[in-house]
Write a protein that binds this ligand. Sequence first.
Ligand SMILES: *Cc1c(COP(=O)(O)O)cnc(C)c1O
Length: 355
Amino acid sequence: MGVYSFASGPASLPPPVKEWLAHDVVQWGASGQSALELPFSCAQFERILAEAETDIRALLGVPQNYRVLFLQGGAFAHFSLLAMNLAGDGGADYIESGLWSQRAIAEASPWIGVRIAARGDGTSLPDPAAWDICSSAAYCHYTSNETANGIAFERPPGHCPVPLVADMSADLFTRPLPVEPFALIYASGQKNLGAAGLTLVIVREDQLGRCRPGTPAPFDYTRQAKENSKVNTPATFAVVVAHRMLRWLIATGGLSAAESCLRRKAGVLYSEIDRDGFYVSPVEPTSRSPVNVRFHLASPRLESLFLREAEANGFLHLAGHPQIGGLRANLYNGVPVEAAEALAGFMKEFRRGRG
Ligand SMILES: *Cc1c(COP(=O)(O)O)cnc(C)c1O
């Protein structure tokens, strides 16, 4: 049976990427070795890393004064690590907009002084025009897309008086993005860039050089920048997967094409949800994330039934975040438009006779 996964991560991969990877596991190029067997210091892996960086720079237009780091730990580990790398002796401002930013705040708090510059209610976004940013903060951190809450900032906030840091785990590479407003962008790999194990950090050079003493060397951004992400063994296969995802993104039209694909997927689902009140979006319309589409049914019992029938029909992983509940379809890059269309069709069927 064909299945569609709407998982929050690790997410679906495009079929061509899976086919390339199946081959790569057997043999990388003409190397005679599996991509899993390549030593991280060999010429082939150097080239994979260099090409992945070139593709990231090309897709996002990353300026020369930024470094691209291929790290580990997941975005969750970098909640503390970025504080240890960027804050020096100072404190930082945070925008509390939902579950992931709350976790970022909780993890940074043991290390630095954290001040909340704006707070949302989890169903709508705190307006950037009203962020109360302290000019002495080492940086201001926000979560561009709150994956669990299903809300997202449409664009980067306007002027920020201090270095701007963003967790873009859910939405990096889903649309064109100007990098210049940011001092640092980070993202876990398993949403839009392939596999778990890789954490991408894009950091402006002026933010390097003040890592807190005692930070583990593999998580010292300055050392990793100096040593080309090879202080220790990088997540080599996750880098290979990212390399394949990036090539696929470029071959399918780059980030503008990724964005129009995302808008189509989100459009069919939100219009199904908004049809007649059988499905309900708990999110304020202008704050809705195109990537993580949350919805509810009239009762938890009906939601369980929906999940069971969806699964039986090949629509997998539609439960909401465990701490938030309800239902959620995650529309990362690897989820094709026809998956969203088929899900909308299933939702229509499910409603029939129950409305
Ligand atoms: C998935 C996600 C994370 C956590 O990623 P891990 O790889 O599990 O550490 C953090 N922030 C956001 C916005 C996410 O979507």
